[in-house]
Design a binder for this molecule. Structure first.
Ligand SMILES: Cc1ncc(COP(=O)(O)O)c(C=O)c1O
Length: 292
């Protein structure tokens, strides 16, 4: 087999798709599915620690709400997806994982009225950024001005602008790319939300900019009050971000990650990030305890 043929082989792992388990190459989606055809899909990516999905209910809530707002057919129920998650983890023998749940707008024609859906899992270790493992990430500013548009608040599968930015990060050897508007307003990372510590205040761009309402972001913001940290959602220029003492990224898989350098400009502070990271872990532990 040629190298190209080998590279094109789908990963041989167990996937749940529309109610059944199958392996890699057998996991196919109809060409007529709107998700395959036109990128009409929604997804959630979440972390699984020791066999237990973190903040499961929050992820389900975001998925179901977006599906309703965007007029998707009824997605598979959270119970069915949870059973699917357990089956896929068991089939792969995974305890610490990243799970992705994707729902599509299905096949046009009225019936069936269910979305297409699939769920797959990968080992967590392979998905952590180098910076997450090392304790601080490196970030580049994407050269392509970004506008979230009216769908930026939904986690849609139409990911090209985000993936192109991630590619910029990859080429630069960085963990993440920062998305900035034409006017120089900091919005979010390609797969993360952004916080800055400026003058002792924790600042994050507001949801009114159209960015993704990150689950990690929301928890971190809420926990600031309990930590006695003044926090504000307000517009953030690139210059203001650079003038701050700390920069922090949040993402469900990477969690709360301090930034070591932004476009090579060092961001030495770690203190607030460490407190936010611990508070986030505490919130996750509380949610897990309540889910028993
Ligand atoms: C564009 C974008 N912003 C923010 C986030 C962070 O969201 P969450 O904390 O829910 O993982 C993500 C996650 O993938 C993302 O894709």
């Amino acid at each position: 087999m040629t190298r190209a043929a080998r590279a094109a082989r789908p990963p041989d792992r167990t996937v749940w798709i529309d109610g059944r388990l199958c392996r890699g190459g057998e996991a196919t989606l109809s060409l007529f599915d709107r998700g395959a055809r036109d990128g009409e899909g929604l997804f959630e990516t979440l972390r699984v620690d020791d066999g237990r999905p973190l903040l499961w209910e929050r992820h389900m809530e975001r998925l179901v709400l977006s599906a309703a707002v965007l007029g998707f057919p009824v997605p598979a129920s959270p119970q069915a997806l949870r059973a699917a998650l357990d089956q896929v983890l068991a089939a792969q023998g995974l305890r610490d994982a990243v799970v992705r749940i994707t729902v599509t707008r299905g096949i046009p024609g009225g019936r069936p009225t269910r979305t297409g859906a699939w769920l797959d899992a990968e080992p967590l270790a392979g998905r952590l950024w180098r910076g997450t493992r090392a304790g601080a990430a490196t970030v580049v500013v994407s050269r392509r001005p970004f506008a979230p548009g009216s769908l930026g608040a939904h986690k849609t599968t139409s990911r090209l602008p985000y993936h192109l930015a991630r590619e910029e990060a990859r080429v630069a050897g960085a963990d993440e790319a920062l998305l900035v508007s034409e006017a120089g307003e900091v919005l979010e990372g390609a797969v993360s939300n952004v916080f800055a510590v400026i003058g002792g205040e924790v600042i994050t761009p507001p949801l009114s900019t159209g960015i993704l309402p990150g689950i990690t972001r929301e928890i971190v913001l809420r926990r600031c009050a309990a930590l006695g940290l003044p926090a504000r959602e307000r517009t953030l220029s690139l210059a203001a971000l650079r003038s701050g003492t700390e920069m922090v990224l949040t993402n469900s898989v990477q969690e709360v990650v301090p930034v070591a350098a932004l476009d090579g400009h060092p961001m030495p502070g770690r203190e607030v990030a460490a407190r936010l990271g611990a508070a986030y872990r505490q919130a996750v532990a509380e949610a897990l305890a309540a889910d028993r």
